[in-house]
Design a protein around this ligand. Sequence first.
Ligand code: TTP
Ligand code: MG
Length: 348
Amino acid sequence: MLYIDMDSFFASCELLRHKEYIGKPLVIGTSEEKDKDRGVVQTCTYEARKFGIKSGMPIVQAYKLCKELVYIASDEKYYEDVSERIFALLRGYGRQVEQYSIDEAAIDIEGLDYNNALSMGKELKGRIAEEVGLKCTIGISHGKYIAKMVCESAKPDGLKLLKKEEIVPFLAGKAIEEIPGVGPKTASKLHSMGIDTIDKIGSVDVQLLAKATGSFGAELHNIAVGDDRSKVVESSEALSISRERTLEKNTTNISDVYAMADKLVEEVYGDVKKKNVLFKGVGVKIKYDDFTYVTRSTLLKNYSQSKEQIASVAKKLFEKNFDAKKPIRKIGVKVYSLSKVSGQRRLA
Ligand code: TTP
Ligand code: MG
């Protein structure tokens, strides 16, 4: 398994178009610059991390830690475009790719020996640096959980391979919270059983583990003994399901938009059923004849698998954002924030 995670992703994207800030402590925040004090840090450069600044921290606190901090307001549309280019490159290898977030993926490298796996990692780093201009870290090992942990341990700009026999020593003494997917709930259950480090998980009876942590128990045991069997799950774990299509002719008539939306909803719903996933988010994209576009989305209260719900939310979003003065060229419909109906747990 090869696990790739871009370094300080949003901040690095900004440095591509703001070369003047290279080498400076830079944060990307959730609020417009004029009211940046109300926002939180989404990410920051490694130069800013030296001051103790990190994701989730209020901007006000970040400024207390570093007075010379440079601030840029988040521009997620741009980061998504950069991400799409990176994923197109990753998918170009014809291997299974499981996308975990805007900047993280696991790639199935079955059939490669350690040397070839390392060569692939090196090549990927080189191509992403050359073709996109960004740095990333790659962890290679057996199973997704271990590969992700190896990746974390090699940040930033790292490439690290952990052989099978090196896994148990690597895990020794590490806190259970370092296992991807172990959140506060699982952690507190494990703590109440007297388990605080990963190696201890391995010495506990699997039945007991399963009783405390459900279906994750057996997987946790496997991870702890260096036998992480998790595999890439490409389709059902995809971040979103979407369709977009160009209208027959550019239009300022909303009924043309609704008619096309019905078709797209039908197709998106077809995929939802086929992959047997639930969704929590519904979004639309409106592309105008001047090649500008807007995206709008709504998060539902609960996970859903209803076609009517996709249709009604999409329609509302199209209606609300319709502007009769701007001819529309193309529209899109998507569902996101997906969850499997059963099985596979997410890492990130
Ligand atoms: P991460 O991969 O967690 O962080 P990163 O890429 O900035 O830094 P690194 O991987 O080198 O440690 O997240 C990817 C992007 O997701 C990040 O650039 C910004 C965004 N993000 C948030 O918006 N809020 C958050 O709390 C986190 C953790 C990330
Ligand atoms: Mg990252």
